[in-house]
Design a protein around this ligand. Structure first.
Ligand SMILES: N[C@@H](CCC(=O)N[C@@H](CS)C(=O)NCC(=O)O)C(=O)O
Length: 280
């Protein structure tokens, strides 16, 4: 049982003091959701193995009354199993399965593309002693110089934002991805958003993006956990006229996003289809 209701968390930080890792962000929210105080062990990319006494090369890692738990997903499973009387992070196995899909989708359309838009900022904002390591390892992953990969990001950012429409659709119907209250689904996606905020020296999202409401409510949780002063301005993306809208201004989605409550509700859709039929 956590001593003094406190669990130790090994952080991964930038020179601003802000957490960079999406996995660590999600874990911080998970610990707070369970009602714990967090004893943060600060640090950057180099020296993780030494800092953790040989326990791990990757973060997050937590220590609960002497018990080490590695890996963000294992940590969540551990917290729900060990503390079943506290609010569940994953209230049903179906949430875990669906969150795997959601996280994989978000990683593909947003986290990785944003990483490629901010990879040189990422290195420049890391702790001075981490610059060489971050450059070497991230250039090996990306396969080119960080500056070259980041170049032209103004051309790519509106398209990345436009890909997030499924998330906007879901949050139009529900206050949280967890439904009436937040759960680990919110924290996992937010983790990637806050990773982006930690490195985005130019904005990733439009000023009036509908996602802003959910992001800002998440940031307010747990005494403003997501309001670290080292985070950058996420909003203010201004696409050129020849670029895609960063989000859909006219709301019109079909399928499960449009409820059929009788012919009245589908009339305009039927008229459009009818026009198509007449043309062909
Ligand atoms: N599966 C692990 C992944 C953790 C991970 O990859 N962490 C990265 C930060 S985002 C890390 O520790 N990187 C250290 C490094 O690059 O040396 C988890 O979910 O915790």
């Amino acid at each position: 049982m956590a001593r003094n209701n406190t669990i130790t968390l090994y952080d991964l930080q930038l020179s601003t003091g802000a957490t960079i890792s999406p996995f660590v962000w999600a874990t911080k929210y998970a610990l707070k959701h369970k009602g714990f105080d967090i004893d943060v062990v600060p640090g950057g990319f180099t020296g993780v193995l030494e800092r953790t006494g040989g326990q791990t090369e990757r973060l997050p890692a937590i220590v609960d009354d002497g018990e080490w738990v590695l890996d963000s997903w294992t940590i969540v499973e551990y917290l729900d199993q060990k503390y079943p009387d506290r609010p569940a992070l994953i209230p049903h196995p179906s949430v875990a399965a669906q969150l795997r899909v959601l996280d994989a989708w978000f990683w593909r359309v947003a986290t990785s593309p944003w990483m490629r838009c901010y990879c040189a900022d990422y290195r420049d904002l890391s702790l001075p002693q981490d610059h060489e390591y971050v450059t070497r390892t991230r250039e090996a992953i990306i396969g080119m110089k960080l500056e070259d990969r980041q170049a032209g990001r103004e051309d790519r950012l509106p398209g990345i934002s436009a890909e997030l429409e499924p998330l906007r659709l879901a949050l139009r119907e529900f206050p949280w991805l967890g439904g009436e209250t937040p759960n680990y689904a919110d924290y996992r996606i937010l983790g990637s958003v806050l990773f982006t905020a930690s490195v985005c020296r130019i904005p990733a999202l439009a000023e009036d993006d509908p996602l802003r409401d959910w992001i800002e409510r998440c940031r307010d949780l747990y005494d403003g956990l997501g309001r670290h002063p080292g985070l950058n301005q996420l909003y203010g993306l201004q696409p050129r006229e020849d670029q895609p809208e960063p989000f859909q201004k006219v709301q019109g989605a079909g399928g499960i996003h449009k409820r059929n409550s009788g012919p009245q509700s589908t009339r305009s859709e039927s008229e459009t289809i009818g026009k198509g039929l007449t043309k062909s």
